[in-house]
Write a protein that binds this ligand. Structure first.
Ligand code: 8X3
Length: 258
């Protein structure tokens, strides 16, 4: 099978301190890709940087960044010395709450919009001039099966992921004459901190999401990201949906509760 060598390229990963972002950073480093890792939890990024630089021949820069604050994103990007970014992994995102929209906190709703939508388009806009200079530009957006399937308790989360999807699809059209690919990755149930964050630390509720079946893990999604990044230069994967074997759609999961 043909596989493009992506070593020596530079990737920016948002939300890289845990879950899919961290797994993507590990996968990229193992491919010899230099990294700019951004997240709020800088101590986690520090230890990830140390680990990966020891293990692989890569250079890693880390940035403490809250993706709900657009002014911080502007400052952070400004502070990056080498902005010659080839790959952008738009991973930072979250769900907060699963109550009916009109019962859920409005602040939670706005926070999802800030991080999942505003943060993503601001970061992409700021990095775009550099990505456009690359011969191997690639923007990978972490969307979700929730982008395609509405569910009760997901009004804002589903809407933000649809936003990501349409944004990605539109810029792919805008970039057809440029050497920049755009891929939307749409995972189903991935066992990360996602549900713990959504249920505000309620471990039991979070664990129940992944009970009775084998869910996806962050490494599975990093594996899918690796696949889309290493295709031949003329091949663009526009969208990839990944579910657990026992998951049929965003909300239909077969659970063996015996
Ligand atoms: C997360 C998938 O089904 O919890 O993106 O909304 S779901």
């Amino acid at each position: 099978m043909y596989r493009e060598d992506i070593s020596g390229r530079l990737a920016f990963v948002s939300g890289a301190s845990a879950g899919i972002g961290e797994a993507a950073a590990r996968m990229l480093a193992s491919n010899g890709v230099n990294l700019i890792l951004a997240a709020r939890r800088i101590e986690r990024l520090e230890s990830l940087k140390n680990q990966l630089e020891k293990e692989y021949d890569v250079k890693i820069n880390i940035i403490k960044l809250d993706f709900s604050k657009t002014e911080d994103i502007v400052k952070a990007v400004d502070s990056i010395e080498n902005k010659n970014i080839d790959i952008l992994i738009n991973n930072a995102g979250l769900a907060l709450g699963k109550d009916l929209y009109y019962n859920n906190s409005l602040e939670d709703a706005l926070q999802m919009v800030r991080v999942n939508c505003e943060g993503l388009i601001v970061l992409t806009r700021l990095l775009m001039p550099y990505i456009l200079k690359s011969k191997y530009g690639h923007i990978v957006n972490l969307s979700s099966t929730a982008a395609d399937e509405a569910y009760s308790g997901g009004a804002i989360y589903c809407a933000t992921k649809s936003f990501v999807e349409m944004f990605g699809d539109s810029i792919r059209v805008e970039l057809i004459d440029k050497p920049v690919k755009v891929t939307n990755i749409k995972p189903g149930a991935v066992n990360t901190e996602f549900s713990t964050v959504r249920f505000k630390g309620d471990k039991e509720k979070a664990d129940n999401v992944y009970k009775g079946f084998i869910p996806l893990y962050a490494e599975d999604i990093a594996d899918n990201i690796e696949y889309v990044l290493t295709r031949r230069s003329h091949v663009q994967i526009s969208s990839m949906t990944i579910m657990a074997e026992n998951q049929g759609s965003a909300t239909i999961i077969h659970r063996d509760n015996k």
